[in-house]
Design a protein around this ligand. Structure first.
Ligand code: AMP
Length: 219
């Protein structure tokens, strides 16, 4: 059987990050008149049709969103600032802070644990951002790249500290960790492929404008 992709060259493709960001991004999309026809939480489709015939949604891993947008596989994308700071390339526009999925990128660890060793070990998914942060403090940290459950690392002696996203602080608390320093405030951003900004200018700028209006007037 031939796989069919429900996508035409003239479509406007928007890549959304799975998970927390999706929960906050879908209501914004609805408010600008773009609603997926299938429930993204249930559908197995990778390209979702929407209430606007010319607009398709991709629901993908957060870390893949900037890649899809940079290479033009998606015209627009919604991704967390944490993911964008960590992404190596930066060849896309970032016209709008959507103000959703807000949290903080923080340094955390066990209370009272010594941090005086010359080369502290930092476990994180955000290797690049963490390295830059500790360098800015004049510290040569050893960065240990993990892909999840960072909170475990200090508990089992894998690292002295972690760098992770903190929202309510409940995950840290549940594991006996405390937040120590804020690296930066995080929210989700709209990003745009550079070529699409030219070739699909009217529709892309209409979406940026509509989202800007919605973001400036909370529901
Ligand atoms: P919390 O317990 O509310 O502080 O949430 C912390 C957990 O949720 C950590 O595992 C974080 O990586 C994750 N998290 C918190 N906020 C976000 C966000 N805006 N986007 C993605 N993951 C998040």
């Amino acid at each position: 059987m031939t796989a069919t992709v429900n996508r035409n060259a003239g479509d406007l493709v928007i890549a959304l990050s799975k998970g927390r960001i999706l929960e906050d991004a879908l209501p914004l999309m609805t408010r600008i008149g773009i609603e997926p026809l299938d429930d993204p939480a249930k559908s197995r489709k990778l390209v979702l049709d929407t209430s606007r015939e010319d607009v398709k949604l991709l629901v993908i891993r957060a870390t893949d969103v900037p890649t899809y947008v940079e290479y033009g596989a998606a015209d627009l994308g919604v991704a967390g600032k944490d993911v964008l700071m960590e992404y190596e390339g930066h060849d896309y526009y970032e016209p709008l802070d959507l103000g959703i999925a807000r949290c903080r990128l923080m340094v955390a660890g066990l209370p009272g644990q010594d941090f005086s060793r010359r080369r502290p070990r930092i476990a994180t998914k955000y290797a690049r951002t963490a390295r830059d942060y500790f360098e800015s403090l004049g510290m040569q940290a050893e960065i240990i790249k993990l892909y999840g459950s960072m909170e475990l690392a200090p508990l089992v002696g894998l690292a002295d500290r972690i760098v992770d996203l903190v929202d309510t602080g409940n995950t840290l608390k549940a594991n006996g960790l405390v937040a120590m320093e804020t690296i930066c405030e995080i929210s989700s951003r709209l990003i745009v492929n550079k070529a699409a900004m030219k070739t699909k200018h009217a529709r892309v700028s209409e979406i940026i404008g509509a989202l800007r209006e919605v973001v400036e007037q909370p529901a």
